[in-house]
Ligand binder design. Structure first.
Ligand SMILES: O=CC(=O)O
Length: 338
C-alpha cells in the first residue's frame, strides 16, 4: 500500500517527530527549521498530501487545501486558536481539524496573571528606568512607581473559556472580590466550565449584561475570546474610554480583538492605567518605533503565552496524535467541530 504523505511545517519537539516516524504508513516531508516554512515550499509540498501539521503562522486557506488536492484528510494545528484556518475550505471537503486546547491552559493562565501584575505594578516602566541608568535619580518617594493593587478588585473576562477560568482560579488566591464575564451567550457560563468556577467559587462570578458593564465595572480586563468577525476591534475607543482610569487591559487572545490605535490613545490620554499584551494586530511585524511601544504603561510580549517547555512538547505530541487519528479515522485528542 502506498504511504500517506504528511507535511510538517516546523521542527518541533524531538519526541513528537519520533512518534510520527514510528508510523509505518506515513511518509513525512519535513521543513528542516523551527522557523516558519516558506509559503511556496508549503504549496509545492502539499500536493497529494494526506495531512499537514502547521501552526498559527501558517495560513490554511482555500489556496493551500486546493494545492493539496483530494488526498487531504486532516490538518493538525499546533495551537488552541484556529482563526488561521478557513473552516469553510475544510468543511466542504470533509477535512478534519485537530488542535491543542487543553495542554496550554495553565501556561497561558500563568502569563495572564504575569501581564496583569506587570501592567498594574508598572514593571516595564520600572525595568526601563533601571536599564537606562535612571535609578540613581529616583530615590524612594511615597508614590514612586505605584499602581493599583489586585487585592479587592473586580476582574472582568471578555470570553470565559478554559484559559479565562484557569486565570480566575489563580486570581481568587490573590484576594479579588468579584468576577464578571461576557461570553457570546450572555447570561450563561461558558460550556467549558472545567473548573466548576461558577458553582463552587468563594466570590461572586456574574455574567455581565453587556460590554459596557464589563468595561465600566472591572479593575482588570482579561481578553480571552476567539477572534471572529464579531470580536474584531470589540475593544475599541468606546470600550476603552468606558474603563476605569485605574483599569488595566490584558490581551492573551488574538491581536485584532483590540484596536491598537484606540489603545494608544487611551493610554496617552490616561483613560486607562496600563495594558499587558501578549498579542497585537499585525504581529510579528511591529516596527521598533510603533506608538504602542512608546507607551511606558504598556507591556508587549511576542506571543509567548504557551511558551513553557512542557507545554510546547505536549502541544507537538498531541498534534501528531491528532494527525494520526485523523488519517486512521479514529477519535482525535482534540478536534474542532466544523
Ligand atoms: O495563541 C496561541 C495558540 O493559539 O496556541
Amino acid at each position: 500500500m502506498a504511504k500517506q504523505k504528511v507535511v510538517v511545517t516546523r521542527k518541533f519537539a524531538e519526541s513528537a517527530h519520533k512518534l510520527l516516524s514510528q508510523e509505518p504508513d506515513i511518509e513525512t516531508i519535513q521543513w528542516e527549521s523551527d522557523r516558519p516554512c516558506d509559503r511556496a515550499w508549503l504549496l509545492e509540498n502539499a500536493k497529494n498530501a494526506s495531512g499537514i501539521i502547521l501552526t498559527l503562522s501558517d495560513k490554511c486557506d482555500e489556496e493551500l487545501v486546493s494545492a493539496a488536492g483530494p488526498s487531504l484528510k486532516v490538518i493538525a494545528s499546533v495551537s488552541v486558536g484556529t482563526d488561521h484556518v478557513s473552516r469553510d475550505a475544510l468543511k466542504k471537503r470533509s477535512i478534519r481539524l485537530g488542535y491543542t486546547p487543553n495542554c496550554l491552559t495553565d501556561a497561558v493562565a500563568d502569563l495572564s496573571i504575569m501581564l496583569t501584575l506587570m501592567a498594574q505594578r508598572r514593571a516595564g516602566e520600572a525595568m526601563q528606568a533601571v536599564l537606562k541608568g535612571d535609578w540613581p535619580n529616583m530615590p524612594w518617594t511615597p508614590f514612586l512607581m505605584t499602581g493599583p493593587q489586585i487585592t479587592g478588585s473586580t476582574v472582568g473576562f471578555l470570553g470565559f473559556g478554559r484559559i479565562a477560568q484557569a486565570t480566575l482560579k489563580r486570581f481568587i488566591s490573590f484576594g479579588i472580590k468579584r468576577a464578571l464575564y461576557l461570553t457570546s451567550t450572555p447570561g450563561k457560563p461558558s460550556k467549558a466550565d472545567y473548573y466548576g468556577m461558577v458553582k463552587e467559587s468563594p466570590i461572586p462570578i456574574e455574567s455581565a449584561q453587556g460590554w459596557e458593564q464589563l468595561a465600566s465595572e472591572s479593575d482588570v480586563i482579561i481578553v480571552g475570546c476567539n477572534l471572529t468577525p464579531d470580536t474584531k476591534h470589540l475593544v475599541g475607543t468606546e470600550f476603552l474610554f468606558k474603563m476605569k482610569k485605574t483599569g488595566v487591559l490584558v490581551n492573551i487572545a488574538r491581536g485584532p480583538v483590540v484596536d491598537t490605535a484606540a489603545l494608544v490613545k487611551a493610554l496617552e490620554e490616561e483613560e486607562i492605567f496600563g495594558a499587558g499584551l501578549d498579542v497585537i494586530e499585525n504581529e510579528p511585524n511591529i516596527e521598533k518605533d510603533h506608538p504602542i511601544l512608546r507607551q511606558p504603561r504598556c507591556v508587549v510580549l511576542p506571543h509567548v503565552g504557551s511558551a513553557t517547555i512542557e507545554t510546547r512538547v505536549q502541544m507537538a505530541e498531541e498534534s501528531v496524535k491528532n494527525l494520526i487519528a485523523g488519517l486512521k479515522g479514529d477519535v482525535m485528542v482534540n478536534e474542532v467541530e466544523l
